[in-house]
Design a protein around this ligand. Structure first.
Ligand code: ATP
Ligand code: MN
Length: 255
């Protein structure tokens, strides 16, 4: 009996190892060596206790679940290399004409990561519910995990709302847009049902994905705000909300 138990446990371990190495293989193909090294350094500092599975693969970034020392974390990693760029790399690396482009691409991504960190910080200070940012280093952003037991809260898009919930969620989103604008001096600039999570415990919205958010000084800030407003109104029209974009803009920009 003891023997069977030992064999089972050995099997489980080897299965877990196989899974782990399969996952790492995927990551190896997605991430360059310096990103993997950085991930390793961050883990050694004790911020990440254990890297978990993939939460999402987006256009520019991958989001992973991680166990932190006190709480659950989300690790957003902006990809520096795509498959095709990897192949190009071999040819470009030794060509002095292209060293700048390589650096530029990395620098732009690093700046973008820092910007998302700062935007989340500002949003949080303004009273908008967002994941608390913990660390931004190069192309890796570590933040509070918005979910429970390793499962992210659902997107607004996938959360059916009923009765009072509709007005509550809608009004809170508008209030968050106002706080962003008035207190944080920011426009989200990619706001839609795809970048808002719903906490099912109190049915309240959480804004995410703020890498592209801009300050009001940005020449296109007003245009981005108008687009955000239109996205929100388009989504909530299914729930019978018929506010006019101009009304909403006035509310958001109100003193
Ligand atoms: P896309 O290109 O699909 O818009 P993205 O690369 O811009 O994605 P995000 O929108 O920031 O990245 O995150 C992608 C998904 O990962 C989200 O829809 C959400 O499900 C999950 N996610 C992101 N941040 C968190 C977080 N802090 N806690 C829990 N889940 C998160
Ligand atoms: Mn997104």
């Amino acid at each position: 009996e003891e023997k069977i138990r030992r064999i089972d446990s050995a099997k489980d371990k080897s299965r877990a190892r196989e899974k782990d190495s399969a996952r790492l293989k995927v990551e190896e193909n997605v991430f360059d060596v310096s990103t993997l090294k950085l991930l390793y350094t961050i883990s050694n500092k004790g911020i990440i206790k254990a890297l978990g599975g993939s939460i999402s693969t987006g256009k520019e970034a991958n989001v992973f679940y991680a166990e932190g020392s006190e709480k659950e974390l989300a690790v957003k990693i902006y990809r520096i290399t795509s498959g095709t760029f990897n192949a190009m790399d071999v040819y470009i690396m030794k060509d002095p004409r292209f060293t700048n482009i390589r650096n530029n691409k990395r620098d732009i991504i690093f700046a973008w990561t820092r910007k998302e960190f700062q935007n989340l910080k500002r949003a949080k200070s303004a009273g908008v519910r967002v994941p608390e940012p913990m660390l931004a280093e190069k192309n890796i952003l570590i933040m509070e995990f918005m979910g429970e037991n390793g499962v992210s809260y659902p997107l607004l898009k996938n959360t059916p709302l009923e009765g009072d919930e509709i007005k509550l969620v809608y009004d809170t989103i508008v209030e968050y847009m106002r706080l962003l604008y008035k207190e944080a001096n920011l426009v989200h600039a990619d706001l839609s049902e795809y970048n808002i999570l719903i906490d099912p415990n109190d049915v309240t919205p959480i804004f995410i994905d703020m890498g592209q958010s801009v300050t009001l000084e940005h020449p296109n800030a007003r245009e981005f705000l108008y687009r955000d407003v239109q996205n929100i109104l388009r989504f909530f029209s299914r729930y019978g909300i018929r506010d006019k974009p101009e009304e909403l803009l006035t509310k958001i920009q109100a003193e």
